[in-house]
Design a protein around this ligand. Structure first.
Ligand code: ADP
Ligand code: MG
Length: 683
């Protein structure tokens, strides 16, 4: 295969000038492959309909006959042309604005195909498009693709250019799916599928094309993650951790509590992975407060005692601070050094830190995402633990590997998901689950109140702070407006400060500098601040055991998993804790969320309900989960297809001939392009 579509630049398509090429680049289209995969997001229907089928105000295409004499009115520089038409059995008026020249063409009895908006009350169509079949014109009867365009690129130019590309290069569209799969699902060939998505003959054909390409996208995704995993195991080039059990037990005994059975099982699974020579990629999921941090600490201890360095990556600076403080306390007695690296560490301090890290003077580094990038080098990185929202995608792991590290990876999440779903979506990971919480926890009582009961909420705050406890008050989430979120927080902070003059009320929001945030959080940890008014920046991970009250304003605006996360900030100590949802939900979903929250505080049950309410696509929110964004596939609507694709990919990889048979060469070259393995793997 010498000529491949992803090496042919768009300027090779006739009609694409240098300027047009630049505009295509702005849409992310560089090669012919990119262009052909630039799929329409909907279709415009130019298939003629009967006027009895359409509603007032809808766009419609009708076949009609001229039955009246066209009337042209001019006003200012504008014109309006109307003519009586017949589309059996409807008589209506067709109106053209500013197209006076159409008048000559409207001869009595002539057939016209008209598209436009149907005004049923006046029996009128305002024409946007028209064609004369006797001139052999041809949009009629078709579905026209609608693309997302911008700049100087118009719909019609893009349609034309894609047709041209199909004409010139269509024969180079390679088949990639193997025959057994093509037969199993009765898929159309790849070229036809791509063609029909851009130029559907009818909607059935278009749907068949889409069905095939959706499957292909999901299948390739599954093949990628599963091949990565298989090869990782096969290659046995992970870090071999040599720490012995007695050493680990020493550390575990130093913890101020006994591990739960669930923690013990997960510990075993993690250490087993770390000791073996394949590269660990394990997801540790457990409800908020189930004690994931302790496991992270054990794993980090094990990597250091095996002679490597460890990194703990968290989504926010607040969390990084918190974790570095608690790890420091745990590791101090063992002479293990812990450093904190965030965006606010810079200058001389940062330089020294990076140098120490590279020389191996630092054992463990805690920080945000920047931790594993660019100028950060380790002497020998053995383990990366990522907390909460972070997750390494397959490609990020290849980047790490090319940097010379092949660390074991442990990902922790407090959004527990059913095991089958985890395996399907995170195809490249093993899963450990903490299904129980530490004994002796007092369950959190959750209440739902209407906003007009704010005085009672204030009394509740008073009751807790008088007893020496602390409270969070989370501000409403205003979609798409960080600015309004902040304003809300500021207003509520003023109100609460007035309501509680004898206590300190703190304010925390996303627009504060990292230094300011740290200062407020530190004051809250130390109980110098009793009430913390905050936007959702405290959502994940924050651990202040003396806080016993969580109040969430306009709670129905938050997703269920997020509400549960927020609730998880309390109930972490020996005192009884409360969560109050202040909301007057307008939607059914909002009411169901409130009901779910008051009925259960089990994270697995909450996420099951969340999944029901939202579907898997929304549930994961592709951006933050590190999942690829698919061009055509939709994680919610196409979830069943994803499951099928997962099974098919697994079966194919189990088949010994996958790595050798000529039939799978296109799939292997796809994997190679995705950097799943280096060229030397194929013989
Ligand atoms: P999460 O899973 O939400 O990250 P943490 O690791 O922050 O939970 O643990 C929550 C709290 O429970 C912490 O204060 C931690 O010290 C405590 N904890 C963890 N494991 C146990 C245990 N086995 N028994 C008692 N307390 C525990
Ligand atoms: Mg945590």
């Amino acid at each position: 295969m010498t000529l491949s579509l992803d090496t042919i630049e768009v300027k090779q398509i006739s009609g694409v000038s240098a300027q047009k090429q630049a505009e295509l680049h702005a849409l992310g289209i560089f090669t012919v492959k990119d262009l052909l995969e630039y799929y329409p997001f909907r279709y415009e229907d130019y298939r003629p309909k009967s006027l009895s089928e359409v509603k007032h105000g809808d766009k419609v295409t009708v076949e009609a006959k001229v039955i009246g004499i066209p009337v042209l009115q001019r006003f200012g520089g504008k014109s309006r042309l109307s003519c009586k038409m017949m589309a059996e059995p409807w008589m209506f008026t067709a109106t053209w604005f500013n197209r006076h020249y159409v008048r000559e063409q409207l001869t009595a009895g002539r057939q016209v195909v008209i598209s436009g908006k149907w005004d049923q009350k006046r029996s009128q169509i305002t024409v946007t498009d028209y064609e004369f079949p006797d001139r052999g014109e041809g949009k009629t009867g078709t579905l026209q693709p609608v693309y997302s365009v911008s700049g100087k690129i118009t719909q019609s130019w893009l349609r034309k250019t894609i047709s041209q590309a199909l004409l010139q290069f269509g024969d180079l569209i390679p088949e990639i799916l193997p025959q057994p799969i093509m037969r199993k699902y009765e898929f159309m060939p790849r070229k036809r599928a791509i063609t029909t998505i851009h130029q559907p003959e009818d909607s059935r054909e278009g749907q068949q094309g889409r069905r095939r390409m959706v499957y292909e996208e999901l299948f390739l995704f599954q093949l990628k993650v599963q091949a990565f995993r298989t090869l990782n195991r096969g290659r046995m080039d992970g870090m071999v951790h040599t720490v012995d059990n007695a050493t680990v037990r020493q550390f575990v005994r130093s913890l101020p509590f006994e591990l739960t059975n669930a923690q013990k099982t997960a510990e075993l699974e993690i250490l087993q992975d770390m000791r073996s020579s394949y590269c660990m990629n394990r997801l540790l999921q457990g409800d908020v407060g189930s004690g994931k941090t302790a496991l992270a600490a054990i794993a980090l201890f094990a990597t250091v005692r095996s002679g490597f360095q460890g990194a703990l990556m968290v989504p926010t600076e607040i969390l990084a601070e918190q974790h570095s403080r608690s790890l420091q306390a745990m590791f101090e007695p063992f002479g293990i050094t812990v450093a904190l690296l965030t965006g606010s560490v810079n200058g001389r301090k940062r330089k020294d830190l990076l140098a120490s890290l590279q020389m191996g003077l630092i054992d463990i580094v805690v920080g945000t995402h920047a931790l594993i990038q660019e100028d950060v080098f380790f002497r020998e990185l053995g383990l990366v633990v990522t907390d909460e929202q972070h997750r390494f995608g397959v490609n990020q792991r290849s980047v790490l590997r090319r940097k010379g590290y092949n660390p074991d990876v442990l990902t922790m999440t407090a959004t527990p998901i059913p095991r089958t779903l985890a395996i399907t979506v995170f195809g490249d990971m093993d899963v450990s689950t903490l299904s129980e919480r530490p004994k002796g926890r007092i369950p959190i009582s959750t209440y739902w109140v209407k906003p007009d009961k704010m005085d009672r909420v204030l009394n509740l705050i008073r009751r807790e702070v008088v007893q020496g406890r602390q409270a969070y008050l989370i501000c409403p989430l205003i979609e798409e407006s960080d600015k309004l979120d902040v304003q809300n927080a500021i207003d509520l902070h003023i109100q609460l400060s007035q309501a509680f003059p004898d206590y300190r009320v703190g304010l925390l929001h996303g627009r504060m500098t990292p230094g300011e945030k740290d200062e407020v959080m530190r004051a809250f940890y130390d109980n110098e601040v009793q009430v913390l008014v905050s936007t959702t920046v405290v959502e994940v991970g924050v651990d202040v055991p003396n806080a016993t009250l969580m109040i969430i304003m306009d709670a129905d605006r938050f997703g269920l998993s997020q509400l549960h996360q927020l609730r998880g900030r309390v109930g972490r100590g020996e005192h009884a804790s409360f969560c109050v949802l202040v909301a007057d939900p307008k939607s059914e979903v909002g009411r169901e969320r409130m009901a779910a929250m008051t009925e259960t505080d089990d994270g697995f049950e909450v996420s099951r309900r969340d999944l029901e309410l939202r579907g898997p696509g929304d549930f994961f929110g592709t951006k933050q989960s590190g999942l690829p964004e698919f061009r055509l596939a939709d994680m919610t609507a196409d979830f069943a297809v994803l499951e099928q694709a997962r099974g098919d990919a697994a079966e194919l990889l189990r088949d010994g001939t996958f790595w050798t048979s000529a039939e799978y060469a296109p799939l292997r070259s796809f994997l190679q392009k995705e950097h799943i393995f280096q060229g030397d793997l194929i013989d």
